[in-house]
Design a protein around this ligand. Structure first.
Ligand code: MG
Length: 125
């Protein structure tokens, strides 16, 4: 099977990020606090693209404006890259933590109780 971005493994992305960081001697800046701040800042940049636009306009732009979609793609990549870097810095196994959290949320939000509802779990107990 031809390798695509979609089947690149998480470990390969981690390795690329470490290589990028180390080639620039930036490890000294990549502590947990700095990277957590970078996650929020990059999330803000993603949000900024949609600031003051209504939901329909954003959906239309994502679907029909290649430049807008590219900007969204790049900001999303920034967020994901910093999330992966944060996990690297803190020694967190991403697959394990994500799968455990999904299981925890499965119990917290039983489908029989929450299906079709956006209510927080504290409001249906
Ligand atoms: Mg950015």
């Amino acid at each position: 099977m031809e390798k695509t971005d979609e089947n690149t493994t998480l470990q390969e992305i981690k390795d690329l990020l470490v290589k990028f960081r180390d080639e620039r001697d930036w490890k000294k800046f990549h502590d947990a606090k700095n990277i957590a701040e970078a996650i929020v800042i990059e999330s803000g940049e993603l949000l900024e693209l949609m600031l003051w636009k209504d939901k329909e306009s954003v959906e239309e732009l994502i679907e029909n404006d290649a430049s807008f979609k590219e900007s969204v793609r790049e900001e999303l990549a920034d967020v994901i890259n910093y999330c992966i870097s944060f996990a690297n810095t803190c020694g967190i196994d991403i697959y394990q933590s994500v799968s455990e959290k999904i299981e925890k949320n499965r119990k917290k939000y039983p489908k029989e109780l929450v299906k079709g509802s956006a209510a927080k779990y504290t409001h249906y107990e």
